[in-house]
Design a binder for this molecule. Structure first.
Ligand code: ZN
Length: 161
């Protein structure tokens, strides 16, 4: 079950994903929240504006590893517009962060790409968070918000034509 606060943080992730698209990056945004509900850090995809591995999820994992105690990290929650990729799942797990809540799944993204015939060669396999980090507590996708993410991806794919 997601709480009202969970939804507030997820909606912020969708806003960050939209900001990323407006800046020429990909529609992914994430928020790191402490055990007592304080937003500690947020970021968005910057793979074009900064460098190709700049995913918000790994940026937050690194920030947490550098700025939070192990106990604080274990209680923290990362909200994200799209399920972590393998790189970011691994970073989240190595950083010892807590629960992940995502609006849309990696499997959904793959389906959406197939629906519209996007055939981007992916250098990394699509894996669920649990295939990479089996012990993490994960929630998602979230009906309604997932469709907002889909619409943002569609904007990017239409631009690419
Ligand atoms: Zn990633």
């Amino acid at each position: 079950m997601l709480t009202d606060n969970d939804m507030i943080h997820l909606k912020r992730c969708v806003e960050l994903a939209a900001e990323a698209v407006a800046a020429g990056d990909r529609p992914f945004g994430s928020v790191l929240v402490s055990a007592d509900g304080v937003v500690l850090k947020e970021d968005r995809n910057r793979i074009h504006s900064v460098e190709p591995t700049y995913h918000p999820e790994i940026a937050l994992a690194r920030w947490a590893a550098q700025n939070m105690s192990a106990a604080e990290r274990a209680q923290a929650v990362v909200y994200t517009s799209g399920e972590h990729c393998p790189m970011c799942s691994a970073a989240h797990a190595w950083a010892g962060l807590g629960r992940i809540v995502y609006a849309s799944s990696s499997q959904q993204l793959r389906q959406w790409m197939q629906e519209v015939g996007v055939t981007e060669p992916a250098p990394v396999n699509t894996l669920s968070i649990h295939e990479v980090a089996p012990h993490l507590e994960v929630q998602g996708p979230v009906a309604g918000l997932d469709q907002q993410i889909k619409a943002l991806h569609q904007q990017v794919w239409q631009k690419a034509d």
